[in-house]
Design a protein around this ligand. Structure first.
Ligand code: SF4
Length: 319
């Protein structure tokens, strides 16, 4: 089966306070157990505290977003004349350029600097909750393809699995570019992700296939840019139980000549139990892998879907 973690570490940008660094305005931290103890075994973290980096110091006056939610300012809570909007934006743009080898980013939710979404923006009256931290905004604008998530959302098993799937796929794309973009490598990338894409909606696989199908090297760079932009967007679509069920049935089709009636019935029963939410995805996948060990299939063996992330993370045990 396809192995996903390569020899060199996969790097993730992260808000420093999530690692337990005491960089918050009050000298505290927001250490996150799952990130440190589970993800920390497989990823190398690159911690960034933008507020410290722009010279606000520890401890410091807290800041907040004010004004128009589409283009808020970051100012001091006690002293509104302290306006660090430009400093945070410039720093975010700079870091997006410098951290060009990371494969994902975990931002601290709710922060006027690091929050990805639903950050409070104070106007007159009640604050709205639809802002984005200014550092995070500038960073994501600088690296629009980079998988990004907040630690709060990583508590949701589906979003957690989705984030890691996107990080590892993006990493494979980065490796492809390092090796050198060729038509054959683009086709291979698309082929090994077929089942992943199907789990996010079969229409994505077809649409992306059309981009790949154009032959030759003419316009290859542009085609690849279009491809990866659509690919990363496709992976953000929720992989539902219904879609996973379709994928499992599709995979089972590769075993139809090898399984006897009892084996088929058992497999179908487990896939149905998964569809109904009675067992997690890992259960039918484990049985499928068991059958493919006895009856290997070269196409299925190349599919990232069969082995998408380190088993120790147990990401498929709760979806
Ligand atoms: S949320 Fe961002 S700016 Fe605030 S302490 Fe954490 S890393 Fe620093």
């Amino acid at each position: 089966m396809t192995s996903d973690i390569t020899a060199s570490p996969i790097r993730l940008g992260i808000s420093s306070c999530l690692l337990g660094e005491q960089v918050r305005f009050d000298g505290g931290h927001k250490r996150d157990t799952f990130i440190n103890e589970a993800l920390g075994q497989f990823f190398e973290f690159i911690p960034v505290c933008p507020e410290v980096a722009i010279g606000l110091g520890i401890p410091r006056q807290p800041i907040r977003l004010v004004g128009d939610a589409a283009a808020p300012r970051a100012v001091g809570v006690r002293d509104p004349d302290l306006d660090v909007s430009n400093a945070l934006t410039i720093y975010g743009t700079r870091m997006a350029r410098e951290l060009n080898d990371i494969s994902g980013y975990i931002f601290k939710k709710g922060s006027p600097s690091c929050g990805m979404e639903r950050v409070k923006v104070y106007q007159t009256g009640q604050p709205s909750k639809n802002g984005t931290g200014l550092y995070a905004r500038a960073f994501m604008d600088g690296q629009p393809l980079l998988p990004a998530e907040e630690e709060g959302r990583l508590g949701d098993p589906v979003l957690r699995e989705n984030f890691i799937e996107r990080v590892l796929a993006y990493r494979r794309w980065q490796e492809l570019l390092t090796l050198g973009l060729t038509p054959a490598r683009l086709v291979e990338f698309h082929t090994i992700h077929k089942l992943n894409l199907m789990a996010h909606g079969v229409e994505h696989y077809r649409a992306l296939g059309q981009i790949v199908a154009a032959a030759g090297t003419k316009g290859l760079r542009q085609r690849a840019e279009n491809y990866i932009a659509d690919f990363m967007t496709a992976l953000k679509h929720r992989a539902t139980r219904k879609r996973h069920t379709n994928v499992l049935m599709h995979i089972m089709g590769y075993l139809k000549k090898n399984l006897d009636r009892e084996d088929k019935a058992e497999l179908l029963e487990l896939i149905e139990a998964y569809r109904l939410g009675q067992v997690p995805l890992i259960v039918p996948i484990t049985l499928l892998k068991h059958h493919f060990r006895r009856h290997p299939d070269p196409y299925i063996a190349r599919q990232i879907y069969m082995d998408p992330h380190p088993a120790e993370l147990m990401l498929r045990n709760s979806i």
